[in-house]
Design a protein around this ligand. Sequence first.
Ligand code: GLV
Ligand code: MN
Ligand code: MN
Length: 423
Amino acid sequence: MDYNVLAPDRDRIASDIGELASTFVEGAQPGWTRRVFSDAYIASRAWTLSKMREAGLETRIDPAGNVVGILPGRNRSAKPLMTGSHTDTVHGGGRFDGIVGVVGAIETVRRLKETGTRLERDLVIVDFLGEEANPFGVSCVGSRSIAGLLDVEHLDRTDEDGVRLADAMVRAGLDPHEALSQAWKPGSLHGYVELHVEQGPVLEKSGAAIGVVTAIAGIERLLATFTGRADHAGTMPMDMRHDALAAAAASVVVVEREGCGAPVHGVSTVGRIESGPGSFNVVPDNARFWAEMRSTEADWLTGAKRRVAESIGIEASNRGVDLVVEWLNDQAPVRAHEKIQDTIARAADDLSFDWEAIPSGAGHDAAHLAHLGPMGMIFVPSISGRSHCPEEKSDFAQIAQGVHVLTTTLLHMDRTPAVRPSA
Ligand code: GLV
Ligand code: MN
Ligand code: MN
């Protein structure tokens, strides 16, 4: 088959991305913010649904709030293919992270239909609910639900106002109880492939148009709460203080050093810190920070978790400060299936696009979907490697190449016999 005929319509992709960004955005927030459960996000779900409908898909919103579209195949009892991504953003985020995978999936369906290309299997497209980290500390809510990895403990987690994730879901018209029981069976997918922007500088630097993802980094997230004692900042001698903020600040450096010293792929970040009471002249009696460590290497991640907990414990006790560490997220690293990596590379070769094998430092819904069948991911370059910021950008011609590779990969997967899940 001549795969060139399936080339997507670049202007249509650009117009969809522009329409979503300009219509559904939290006006009072920086960048292109569309956080899970915000009014803008809830309103945008109807837009995604209508785009899927216009493309001719059978559509529904499932109990976890995933927007789902199905393109029926010739053999409806065959295991389906799945693709998708997310349309929520971080606070102050951009227009491309996740969105490219959802808009790209819809464009794939349009091109299959316009060229009269019929798949053997059903193709399921999903805009997964709430992929980004949120105040409940549960990322990838929708993909966890489909993959059977959402549990009661997740639903009971609260945000800073004490609202439970389950209650936020109910307020958004969702059904958390059903979200726990709608999981697809392990092995029920013929394959899952997700298109995403790289969110880093590697592809731009090498000049490759396509990244074939080898693995998705695991993520350990923690909330560290330091409790000391408030005292007069002018009179309490330095060696008699219990300064919670000083303990937290020293611990921020502990976290940073962990990633800097990693002998394998590993990064570590404190993304947010707070302290009180918040006055020039009072020794801070409380501080807390939110941190994460990531790696594609499970052993390093496990060691980093232990080392960081030990070292920040020492920083706190050196100052007579109490420390409580809550581990909020333990997403293990996931390897992309080798056969799907090969299929993506073959699709890029079919279209004469340069490709490169690349690990993902970002987390993705795909990591959870790997529980249901063989998983792979396609990356397109990010300009200057920027992401999770308003400047996040990718070139529309390169996005279109990524969509073309997605379509071609799905066609190859459709025709390939089932592969065994990776060990
Ligand atoms: C998701 O974007 C993540 O990697 O945090
Ligand atoms: Mn993303
Ligand atoms: Mn993101």
